[in-house]
Design a protein around this ligand. Structure first.
Ligand SMILES: *[C@@H]1O[C@H](CO)[C@@H](O)[C@H](O)[C@H]1NC(C)=O
Length: 123
C-alpha cells in the first residue's frame, strides 16, 4: 500500500516537472521578437545588423525611415543581434537584441530603437 502511494507521488512529481519544463520551452522557443530601428536624425544612417548566424546586410535609412526584422529567440536564450551604425557624425556598434537582457524589456515581443546622434535609445 505504501509502495503504491510512493509510486503515485513519483508519477505526480514527474508530471509536474514535465509541465514546468514544457512551459519553459514554450515560453522561450516560441517567443517571436520584432526589432524596429528608426532614424530620428536629420541625416542618413547606414546600419549593418548581424547575429552569429545571419547577416542582414547593409541598409541606408534616410531621416525618419525605419527598418526592422523578426526572429525567434533560441531555447538557450543566447540570441544576440548587433548592429553597426555609421553616420556623417560617427558611429558605433551596439547590441540591439540580447535575449537575457531584453526578454522582459521588449513588451509584446517588439523592441523599438531610435537612432539619435549616433546613440541608440531604447523606447
Ligand atoms: C541618403 O540616402 C539616400 C538613399 O537612401 C540617398 O539617395 C541620399 O543621397 C543620401 N543622402 C546623403 C546626404 O548621403
Amino acid at each position: 500500500m505504501s509502495l503504491k502511494n510512493n509510486k503515485n507521488v513519483l508519477f505526480l512529481a514527474m508530471l509536474f516537472l514535465f509541465m514546468l519544463f514544457g512551459e519553459a520551452i514554450a515560453q522561450t522557443a516560441l517567443t517571436k521578437v520584432h526589432v524596429g530601428i528608426t532614424n530620428k536624425m536629420d541625416f542618413n544612417v547606414t546600419i549593418h545588423c548581424k547575429s552569429k548566424d545571419d547577416d542582414l546586410g547593409i541598409h541606408v535609412l534616410s531621416s525618419g525611415q525605419s527598418y526592422g526584422w523578426g526572429f525567434r529567440v533560441n531555447l538557450w536564450e543566447t540570441t544576440l543581434f548587433f548592429c553597426g551604425f555609421t553616420t556623417k557624425k560617427g558611429g558605433g556598434v551596439y547590441n540591439i537584441y540580447q535575449a537575457r537582457r531584453d526578454k522582459t524589456r521588449c513588451h509584446g515581443g517588439t523592441c523599438l530603437w531610435d537612432v539619435k546622434d549616433a546613440v541608440c535609445m531604447a523606447t
